[in-house]
Design a protein around this ligand. Sequence first.
Ligand code: NAI
Length: 320
Amino acid sequence: MADQLRFDNQVVVVTGAGGGLGKAYATFFASRGASVVVNDLGGSFKGEGGDSKAADVVVNEIKAAGGKAVANYDSVENGDRIIDTAIKAFGRIDVLINNAGILRDISFKNMKDLDWDLVMKVHVKGSYKCARAAWPYFRKQKYGRVINTASAAGLFGNFGQANYSAAKLAMVGFTETLAKEGAKYNIICNVIAPVAASRMTETVMPPDLLALMKPEWVVPLVAVLVHKNNTSESGAIFEVGGGHVAKLRWERSGGLLLKCDSSYTPGAVLKKWDRVTDFSDPQYPSGPNDFITLLEDSQKLGPSEQGDKVDFTGRVALVT
Ligand code: NAI
């Protein structure tokens, strides 16, 4: 017991906790002493309908095991009501897990505005609304932990998921900014790209693979990241699932610096394209300011360091 990561006296809000990953988080945190708000709209995986049963079942399960939980049935688009539930029931909020999600997969050619808008509303607006409502409490108490949920589809793209990919990569920028704004107030924010067997994946993956991806196996990383002992790992991206846990980061090629004078033509860029794409001497940028150094460096270049003075005639193939 002594070396368990515990969450006694903490209040954890888990959105979309009626099934899949959210249920695994909710039951875990309750089993480790936290009071949990089990939010779930209870709709279909495409974002249609609603039913209070999804959250109720999980709350009953937690209570039957001796834990503390309350249900909330609001859509994450009304994140303020979800956070209110935490405050009214337990008087505080310590951890927010933005997990609720839907899919509206369809090839881009056939995508409708509704497919785009619903996915953006649940993932992007929903995560924003919940975090925004929790933020004043986090700042005031100088303590907060946030997990946002991205996806491999967002990081790498995936056929039929232009809407979902856009929404999921948005979670990365959102997290990176919240981590920077929250640092002063001991608000730690990280983003995960999980893989797990759930109703979202059960129709697209074979049963033998699904058996290797239990939602419970995503939980340990999340527990580590939102625990009070994590005071340094913030603004980071993790892949997690099936026992695999890895951190991802942005990598920039060593790159090309060209003097910004009349010699800076498209042809000059093409001439040195191998340097633009050469990752043998990479950089790992962590903020927009990194770029300013590069801008300054490019202004210091003398003519001999420029890309060759190639006249660009308008046709790539002509550049030698
Ligand atoms: P799931 O469909 O089992 O769970 C999502 C839950 O969110 C459902 O219970 C649903 O009712 C709830 N929900 C949907 N819209 C809501 C809304 N507007 N307000 C409140 N609750 C709402 O799916 P799963 O797999 O557990 O997904 C959890 C998160 O992980 C999602 O954000 C998903 O995009 C993400 N994810 C999952 C992956 C996987 O392999 N299962 C892969 C990558 C990302």
